[in-house]
Write a protein that binds this ligand. Structure first.
Ligand SMILES: [Zn+2]
Length: 107
């Protein structure tokens, strides 16, 4: 599980984390949170319960762009960790409890 981490250098990690912070303080992110919906499970939450998640984690080569950042509830955040979204979707499918967002994700 650890082997892929070293592929992204420290400079990239720092830059992408900073970009995520910048986006998080902007109006676009406020609008995302305002919907009150976790992207992954499509559950309804108070905006304060949602955090920012990278669909493709930065350490897996993802970037802090609007189409890679989604609001995410605590439970999904804890479960997904550093998985790619397609990996998580496949895993949940196997476990017989498919993710709600699988319907809208083309992969
Ligand atoms: Zn969720």
């Amino acid at each position: 599980m650890v082997s892929f981490i070293s592929r992204v250098d420290e400079k990239t990690l720092k830059r992408e984390r900073q970009r995520a912070r910048d986006l998080r303080s902007g109006q676009w992110w406020k609008n995302q949170l305002g919907k009150g919906i976790c992207y992954y499970c499509e559950g309804h939450f108070h905006p304060s319960e949602l955090s920012m998640d990278h669909k493709t984690p930065v350490i897996r080569g993802g970037r802090s762009t609007k189409n890679n950042l989604v609001p995410c509830c605590k439970e999904c955040n804890n479960e997904k960790k550093y998985m790619l979204l397609c990996e998580w979707i496949a895993q949940r499918e196997e476990e017989g409890r498919p993710l709600a967002c699988a319907r809208q994700e083309l992969y």
